[in-house]
Design a protein around this ligand. Sequence first.
Ligand code: C2E
Ligand code: MG
Ligand code: MG
Ligand code: MG
Length: 290
Amino acid sequence: DEARKIPEHFAYYRPSMSQERAEKITLENDLYTAIQDNQLVLHYQPQLELKTNEMISMEALVRWKHPEKGWITPLDFIPIAEESGLIVPIGKWVLETACRQTKELQELIGQPVRVAVNLSIRQLFHENFVQVVRDILKETELPPEYLQLEITESMTMDTSYMMPILNQLKETGVTIAMDDFGKGYSSLSYLKDLPIDCLKIDREFVRNIEQTNSEPIVDLIISMSKHLNLKVVAEGVETMEQLEYLLNSECDTIQGYLISKPIPFCNIAKNLKRLREERKNLQFRTHANY
Ligand code: C2E
Ligand code: MG
Ligand code: MG
Ligand code: MG
C-alpha cells in the first residue's frame, strides 16, 4: 500500500517493484500457452477421515512447470490467471483433468475416491459454469458424488447472485466445501442458508493450535459445523499434537503434511496404497477406537 502512494515517476527508485511488474507481465504471457503446451499438472493431497481411519478423498492442486523457470506455485500464478481472465480456461482444464484422473484412479485401485477442486470467483461468474460442470461429469463419467467444489467466503459475498448458482451446482449431485474458513468475513446468518456440505478450517488456525491461541476458534468452527450439519476438515495438519487436539475435538477429516504432501498423479495410486497400509499402524487413536 505504501508503494501505491509513490507517484509513477519515482518508480525507478524502487527497481524491485518495476522488476516485479515486468516479471508479472512475462508470466502472464507465458501462461497463455501453458495449457496447450502441457505445462500444467495436478498434484493430489490425500485427506484422512478420522472416524473411519479411511483415506478416500484428496484435493487437486495445480502446479505450473515453466520451461525456463521450473516449478511455479499456484500462489504465484493463480492471482495472475484471475486478473487476466485466464483462470476460466485454466479452471476448466483443472476440473476436467481432476475428474478424468480421479475416474482413472478409481478404476485402477477398484475403490471409490473423492476429489476436491478449488474454484475462483471468475469461474462462478462466467456464464454457463454449471453447464461446464455437467458436461465434464458426463464426458469423464465421474459420478457427481465424487466431485467436491471448493469455494471461499469472499465468493459468497454477493449472495443473491451466488445462491442460485450454488443451488444449481448442488442439483448436479456434487458437494461444496467452504475453503480457508475463518479467514474471511462470512456472516453467520447466511452461512446457514448456503447450500454447502463442508467447512475447511483455515491452515492458520490449525498451525496455531500448539501456540495455544487458536483452540477456541478451532473448537467454535467444529461445533458450529456439527450444529449446521456440515462436515469439517482441518487443513495444514503437520504435527501429532495438532492431530491429537483435532481428534479430541471430533474433527471429521484432516489434511496436511503429517499425512502426506500433495503427490503427482503418476504416484498417487502407489502412494495411496502405501498410506492406507501405513495408517493402520499409525500410533494414534481414531474416533473408531475411542
Ligand atoms: P488451498 O486450497 O487452501 O490448498 C491448501 C494449500 O496448503 C496447498 O498449497 C497445499 O500444498 C498446502 N498444504 C497442505 N498441507 C499443508 C501443511 O501441512 N503445511 C503447509 N504449510 N501447507 C500445506 P498450494 O498447493 O501451494 O496451493 C495454494 C493455494 O492455491 C490453494 O490453497 C488454493 O487456494 C490455490 N489453488 C491451488 N490449486 C488451484 C486450482 O486448481 N484452482 C484455483 N482456483 N486455485 C488453486
Ligand atoms: Mg483448497
Ligand atoms: Mg483455496
Ligand atoms: Mg485452504
